[in-house]
Write a protein that binds this ligand. Structure first.
Ligand SMILES: O=C(CO)[C@@H](O)[C@H](O)COP(=O)(O)O
Ligand SMILES: [Fe+2]
Length: 224
């Protein structure tokens, strides 16, 4: 399977998000990554379920909603109803990861476990039967445009082993500092999906298709 490319609209012009989502769809994105931040779990503020609902008519691509909020459980239903397809919750956002994942599955959505750079991959093993996607943060969450942390490559390898052993086929998705220059190493380590903000939005709308293609081409090299 080709690695999936998920542009993060955190790097878009916030005054024209509907337009950005439409253009990313036309440019060949596989899904749309939406970073939800609460100014508490992370030191930045972005979107709520109202934004997900407003963007929904602009593309039929899966919406990959990354919740960087604490508490998270009270908001899962609202994001599901707004049109999220995958909902990622952080393992660090409270003591009830298992129950949040159960809730996401009960809402009929794909469940993602996001883990910060300092978090052990072993937490994923504890919830493996509920986990459709593992979202590995390769920067500290909160902002786009940061540098990829090479230390996370070893974690991806470990997660590849955990997911293969579980036999669930869960995606391993990498988020933060992904560029064409490191995409092949990330996929070689075991990733199957790449989130990219800065690398997709660089050069403006006319460059989206080429940027997505460059990521896909470099990522696919690891599989050749
Ligand atoms: O979740 C986050 C940041 O917290 C990411 O999704 C970023 O938006 C990725 O942006 P780049 O590092 O690719 O610029
Ligand atoms: Fe993200």
């Amino acid at each position: 399977m080709l690695p999936l490319i998920a542009p993060s609209i955190l790097s878009a012009d916030f005054a024209a998000l509907g337009d950005a989502v439409r253009r990313l769809d036309e440019a060949g994105a596989d899904m749309i990554h939406i970073d939800v931040m609460d100014g508490h779990f992370v030191p930045n503020l972005t979107f709520g379920p109202g934004m997900v609902r407003a963007l929904r008519p602009h593309s039929a691509l899966p919406f990959d909603v990354h919740l960087m909020i604490e508490p998270v459980a009270p908001y899962l239903e609202a994001f599901a109803e707004a049109g999220a397809d995958t909902i990622h919750v952080h393992a660090e956002a409270g003591p009830h990861l298992h129950s949040s994942l159960q809730k996401i599955k009960a809402l009929g959505k794909k469940a993602g476990v996001a883990i910060n750079p300092a978090t052990s991959p072993d937490v994923v093993g504890e919830v493996r039967e509920l986990c459709d996607v593992v979202l590995v943060m390769s920067v500290n969450p909160g902002f786009g445009g940061q540098v990829f942390l090479d230390s996370q490559l070893r974690k991806i390898e470990r997660l590849r082993a955990i997911v293969d052993e579980a036999g669930t086929g869960a995606l391993i998705e990498i988020d933060g500092g992904v560029t064409p220059d490191n995409a092949d190493r990330i996929v070689a380590a075991g990733a199957t999906a790449l989130v990219a903000g800065s690398a997709v939005f660089a050069g403006g709308p006319s460059a989206y298709a080429a940027n997505i293609q460059a990521l896909r081409a470099h990522a696919s090299r690891a599989l050749a």
